[in-house]
Write a protein of this length. Structure first.
Length: 89
């Protein structure tokens, strides 16, 4: 095999590998874009209120419960302080 034939063979192999790499890269990019798009849609759907089953609805429910508990504790503290004040007099 002469030097010219060897160079032509190497150039052909490089071209085939480049085209193969390009095709694989396009396939991976398309697949990756599809996965990322699906994940973004799923995450965004969790941030929109939908009357009970989204993450945002759960956080609002927890916040409401926490506020109610704070009011209850404050009421009990007031009653306890009043009880102590009445019994120490």
């Amino acid at each position: 095999m002469s030097t010219d034939q060897l160079i032509a063979l190497i150039a052909t192999l490089c071209t085939i590998l480049s085209l193969g790499g390009f095709v694989v890269a396009r396939l991976v990019k398309g697949y990756t874009s599809e996965i990322v798009s699906t994940l973004v849609k799923d995450y965004l759907s969790e941030l929109k209120p939908n009357h009970g089953s989204s993450l945002r609805d759960d956080i609002i429910c927890i916040k409401t419960d926490l506020t109610s508990l704070k009011v209850d504790v404050a009421t009990l503290e007031g009653k306890f302080d009043q009880h102590i004040a009445e019994n120490l007099s």
